[in-house]
Ligand binder design. Structure first.
Ligand code: 4NP
Length: 163
């Protein structure tokens, strides 16, 4: 079966994108698609490289019995553009930064895969960015968005793969 790789990108890679990584991996497993859909996350900023997810993200994942074992923040890099089929950015600053990296990378235009924002998965919500809980502290709300958006992404990938 075709394999697909999904990368979530946020700023610090400690709050939103690791939450999406863990939730998506959990949903993929529940759907029996582990080994078919691989999930990772990365950040555009380097402040937290090597750090585990933020306490607020860990609390949400613990409350929902979702594993984040071994997850550590890293920077998005040029290799990601060749490797990942879906690159999902948590806000519009993140997608702007990823597009700028992509333009400067060696990846040819025809090799480029799907790049979109997380909130494009939830158009009925009517806003563009997953709010950053690093500043707002609102990890409950971000969890609710992440859970709903990952469900939509799973449906989209299953449709794309004719599963
Ligand atoms: P994230 O949140 O992008 O969702 O991981 C942030 C984490 C750290 C910082 C900003 C946002 N920071 O400035 O260190």
């Amino acid at each position: 079966m075709t394999k697909v790789n999904v990368l979530f990108v946020c700023l610090g890679n400690i709050c939103r994108s690791p939450m999406a990584e863990a939730v998506m991996r959990h949903q993929v497993k529940e759907a029996g698609l582990d080994g078919v859909i691989e999930v990772d996350s990365a950040g555009t900023g380097d402040w937290h490289i090597g750090h585990p997810p933020h306490e607020g993200t860990r609390k949400q994942l613990d409350a929902h019995r979702i594993s984040y074992e071994g997850m550590k923040a890293r920077l998005v890099n040029d290799n990601d553009f060749g490797q990942f089929d879906y690159i999902v950015c948590m806000d519009n600053n993140n997608i702007r930064d990823v597009r700028a990296l992509l333009e400067r990378s060696e990846v040819k235009r025809e090799e480029r895969k799907e790049l979109f924002t997380f909130m494009e998965l939830l158009p009925e919500r009517g806003f563009a960015d997953v709010p950053d809980p690093y500043y707002s502290g609102n990890f409950d709300y971000v969890y609710e968005l992440v859970e709903a958006g990952c469900r939509q992404l799973l449906t989209k990938i299953k449709t794309d793969l004719s599963l």
